[in-house]
Ligand binder design. Structure first.
Ligand code: NDP
Length: 508
């Protein structure tokens, strides 16, 4: 018998091995899913109150051990301890919301049966799917997968989680922490491995796959899930834009742009990668952004506000984007080609970059940002929307924020801040286009892991029984009269400009 394959997780700042894990095979993945199915039967039967109690206990464990979990996140991703704590804190806050809202969102509700079926009672409730497979990325190894794990659990499912091969230790830690609360049930299990383990989870017969990762991998995941008609939720990449209007608080906008672009070394799906600034405030904005960028550097020293690139291969993507932008006429007003090292990338601000460059069109996923001058906000909206992605966005404007936000084709927009929508548990999180479909967080995020169950019940004998072979022609006439009375009235259509008759004839 061959010994099981091992996966080493590394500290990306030093390359040191920080953990060794056994790789799961399709057989061990299938066994985990079978155990999860038993757990799901118990968990689904527990009801909202019982589940809320367990989730509250888990929340307590996570909160008390926050520093310990932050250490594991720091070791595997290299991000500063404070940033690790922030993502854990947000995940805990979502967990609290789930506990107190699941019943309200998913519980049985009466629905009007309508006039034709007035003799019936109608209701809908949202039932758990059973077992949900979660495939997660490495950039926010707690907050991001918990957006699926916690909401799937809150909706009554058991979960089998495949963390990124870069952050298996975080995944194992999370599962162990829930096991402390429910030692007898495999409510949350972790399967470790690379893409093949993820693919095995897709084929394992789970009732849904919640995938967070790149658009390219999302397509492979969908193709694999199609083999078994397993439904998928896709949270993929982004190329988020920030708009700065002429009346914006420029200092606040530059501060937010710096955080949105450089925090977590730019490895944020909803990070700011492009900025479009009104001509009237452009120079002031760039000056302020340059000043802010100068106060941030990547490193391992105590003052470093950003860490290393977690995935070594991403450094090459960042280098390619920066070099291409510079070769095509762009200028680096902060950082530049020399800012891209082996493990660390220093903040980089690029201006005058043509819109068809990779730095503007593709996800860079590094601490870099392009800034472009626009004549007005119409041009800003047009350029911001000229992307296949549509995850998040931000607008800085004193007077037109909500109006501009609505015109941006993205799942989420922050007005006069960045990224804040992710921290509001009641709001749905997700994108359009190449950024994926489906939603985590909020009521939509709970419903995502359920199926709608509709029930009608006869309350009294109907005056007109529509679904019987005993229906008579007289009854059909009554139905026709009833339908005419209900829906047959001529409605006043809004006045449309009439085309001249000649044109109509010409076209026929
Ligand atoms: P990847 O797409 O490389 O990987 C995501 C997950 O899928 C990993 O666990 C990976 O395993 C697994 N995987 C790889 N191949 C397969 C396969 N064939 N079948 C099933 N699973 C597979 O993304 P990253 O981990 O690099 O994460 C970064 C990306 O995630 C960025 O594009 C970012 O924008 C996006 N993201 C999106 C978010 C959102 O909410 N919309 C939030 C956070 C990140 P392994 O790591 O072992 O290869």
């Amino acid at each position: 018998m061959t010994s099981p394959e091992k996966l080493e997780s590394l500290d990306p700042a030093t390359g040191d091995v920080v953990g060794v894990h056994l790789v799961d095979t399709p057989e061990t993945v299938a066994a985990a899913v079978a155990r999860a199915r038993e757990a799901a039967a118990w968990w689904g039967g527990l009801g909202f109150d019982g589940r809320a109690e367990v989730l509250a206990q888990w929340r307590g464990v996570l909160t008390r051990r926050m520093a310990q979990l932050a250490d594991v996140v720091h070791q595997e991703t290299g991000k500063p301890h404070g940033d690790a704590q922030l993502e854990i804190g947000l995940a805990i806050d979502h967990l609290a919301w789930i506990g107190s809202h699941a019943e309200k969102v998913l519980g049985r509700k009466r629905v009007s049966p309508g006039l034709l079926l007035a003799n019936q009672a109608a209701s809908v409730e949202y039932l758990p799917l059973g077992v949900v497979g979660v495939i997660g990325p490495w950039n926010y190894p707690v907050f991001t997968p918990m957006g699926s794990i916690a909401y799937a659990l809150g909706a009554g499912n058991a979960v089998v989680f495949k963390p990124s091969e870069l952050t298996p230790g975080v995944g194992v830690w999370l599962a162990d922490s829930l096991r402390e609360v429910v030692p007898d049930h495999d409510l949350l299990q972790v399967v470790v491995g690379r893409g093949e383990t993820g693919a095995a989870l897709c084929r394992s017969g789970v009732d849904k796959i919640a995938f967070t990762g790149s658009t390219a991998t999302a397509k492979r995941v969908m193709a694999t899930c199609a083999e078994t008609l397993t439904p998928v939720l896709i949270e993929a990449g982004g190329k988020d834009a920030l708009l700065v209007d002429e009346d914006a608080d420029v200092v606040a906008a530059a501060d937010a742009a710096a955080w949105g672009a450089f925090s977590n070394a730019g490895q944020t799906c909803i990070g700011i990668e492009r900025v479009y600034v009104h001509d009237r405030v452009h120079d002031r904005f760039v000056e302020e952004l340059v000043r802010r960028a100068g106060t941030v550097h990547a490193g391992t020293d105590a003052d470093a506000k950003i860490g290393p690139m977690t995935m070594a291969g991403q450094v090459d993507v960042v280098r390619r984007h920066v070099e291409d932008a510079l070769e095509r006429g762009g200028r680096a007003v902060v950082g530049g080609a020399d800012a891209v090292g082996d493990r660390f990338v220093q903040p980089t601000v690029l201006v005058d970059v043509p819109e068809d460059c990779a730095a503007v069109r593709e996800e860079t996923f590094g601490p870099t940002v392009t800034v472009r001058r626009v004549r007005d906000m119409d041009e800003a909206v047009e350029l911001a929307n000229a992307t296949r992605y549509g995850l998040g966005s931000a607008v800085f404007s004193r007077t037109r924020g909500p109006e501009l936000a609505r015109r941006l084709r993205s799942g989420m927009t922050a007005v006069n801040s960045v990224i804040s929508f992710a921290a509001v548990p009641g709001l749905p999180f997700g994108g359009v286009g190449d950024s994926g479909f489906g939603r985590i967080h909020g009521p939509d995020g709970l419903k995502e892991f359920t199926y709608a169950k509709a029930v009608t019940r006869v309350r009294f004998k109907p005056v007109l029984n529509l679904t019987t072979f005993d229906r008579t022609p007289e009854q059909d006439s009554t139905v026709a009269a009833l339908l005419t009375a209900l829906h047959g009235r001529a409605t006043q259509l809004p006045k449309m400009p009439r085309r001249p008759l000649a044109t109509r004839r010409d076209r026929s």
